[in-house]
Ligand binder design. Structure first.
Ligand SMILES: [Zn+2]
Length: 443
């Protein structure tokens, strides 16, 4: 058992003072005591907040971030970006994938993310042929997580067609092709090879309704449930772009979120990535389903996606989480800031996403801590709590964002004030995996 002490910690949605956390050898918090002194404990020397789950990552896109901010035609869009992004991975080899992921995961840990949901859809060789070992790229990502210390929910992605009309995959997209049988054997490998690792869990994803026939989804889930367990999370990109909504409507007579809700039993296991374009009815139905939405505000802004109806969704009781997606920003607080600012810019109001009791920073942070844990398959263990993993982020109390700040406003400072990184130390399941003062050791 290891005991840690901090003068201030964010516990169950609010600040607690003089807190002692007892962490067992498995990295779980077994006791929380308040109003203690630090005599028998290690002083964490800072303000302690829970680690945040980054629910949506494409590690391969990281080194491409910032390299497509120029015109390629009359009207650049998500679709022209996608072509450039495909070209950037044409020659990506397994070893490079590992090194890219290691660098990215270290940046995540330094930003306060303690778990990553890796939405993994490069499965094949550059020419589209399967690798002799189907799992070779997926294993690079898990190995990178294990070596850097970030917890990982590995989410292999089914990708089977080039659009709603069922056209076959061509060109670079052939690297993404996976049959349902291949998905099962890849998942079985991941579970048998990594399943006993305490920081690993397995999920399932459908790339999008563009890339997977919605009628096949229930059968795939049924086939995959014995492999990943009944609590395994299920992710999908949905309704990110208006052209995607229009194409779905013309093929199926329904909008993407509506179609998904009508064809599949969407429940609390699900995480819908983006879900940007929804009607009021879709917004309410999705909130009622218990599913989490995985928002990636910086990427969504960068790609010109549109604005998620956050105020309406939260008002309807919806659950949210955040992801860094294409990694133009790797900063959970920047994502929350942009989420709120998007609402302010369209409604011409301030303090839109707070509620009666809580400020914007307090509310959004707590929502994504809990929603993130749910989205990565371990509901009810988000945040600092009994029998939760000791995923802790220590903030520098002397950082400008915290020094002199009224304690009840610390989270708002973290979200709204862009004054540099206040993260001093990050712990995953009780292990220090990032320490600003010893950063070289973590390179
Ligand atoms: Zn994505």
């Amino acid at each position: 058992m290891q005991k840690y002490w901090t003068h201030r910690a964010w516990v169950e949605g609010g600040w607690m003072t003089d807190v002692e956390l007892t962490v067992d050898p498995a990295g779980m918090i077994t006791m929380i005591q308040q109003d203690t002194d630090c005599r028998d404990s290690i002083d964490l020397e800072g303000v302690v907040i829970p680690g945040i789950a980054n629910v949506h990552s494409h590690a391969f896109q990281w080194s491409f971030a910032g390299l497509s901010e120029f015109r390629t035609g009359q009207r650049d869009s998500f679709w022209s970006w996608r072509e450039q992004m495909y070209q950037s991975v044409e020659r990506l080899a397994p070893e490079e994938y590992y090194h890219r992921a290691c660098r990215l995961y270290r940046i995540m840990l330094a930003a306060g993310y303690t778990e990553v949901g890796e939405f993994h859809y490069i499965h094949n060789q550059p020419d589209g042929q399967p690798y002799p070992q189907l799992e070779i790229l997926a294993d690079q990502l898990v190995q990178a997580a294990v070596d850097t210390g970030i917890a990982i929910c590995m989410i292999p992605v089914l990708y089977q067609r080039g659009g709603f009309d069922g056209r076959p995959l061509t060109g670079s997209q052939q690297r993404f092709q996976l049959s349902t049988d291949q998905l099962q054997s890849l998942s079985r490998h991941l579970q048998s090879h990594w399943g006993t690792h305490p920081r690993f869990r397995l999920g399932l994803a459908f790339h999008s309704l563009r890339a997977v026939d919605p009628d096949t989804i229930p059968a795939v889930i049924e086939a995959m449930t014995p492999v990943m367990g009944a609590a395994g999370p299920i992710h999908i990109h949905v309704a990110e772009q208006t052209a995607e909504v229009a194409e779905c409507q013309s093929r199926y007579g329904k909008r993407p979120v509506e179609l998904l809700l009508d064809t599949t039993a969407v429940d609390a296991r699900w995480c819908l990535i983006h879900a940007t374009h929804m009607t009021e009815k879709e917004t309410n139905r999705l909130a009622e389903s218990g599913a989490v939405v995985g928002l990636c505000p910086t990427t969504e802004a960068n790609l010109g996606d549109g604005l998620f109806p956050a105020a309406e969704f939260l008002e309807a009781g919806g659950r949210i989480s955040i992801g860094s997606d294409s990694h133009v920003a790797v900063n959970p607080f920047a994502e929350l800031r942009l989420l709120e600012y998007g609402q302010r810019l369209t409604t011409h109001r301030r303090a839109v996403l707070c509620d009666e009791e809580r400020s914007c920073g307090d509310r959004l942070f707590q929502d994504v801590v809990q929603g993130g844990a749910r989205a990565l398959g371990h509901p009810d263990t988000g945040g600092i709590g009994l029998n939760h993993p000791a995923n802790l982020v220590v903030l520098d109390a002397n950082h400008p964002a915290l020094a002199g700040c009224p304690p009840e406003r610390i989270m708002d400072r973290m979200v709204f004030c862009q004054w540099g990184n206040a993260v001093r130390k990050t712990m995953v399941m009780g292990d220090v995996v990032f320490d600003r003062d010893r950063f070289d050791e973590f390179q």
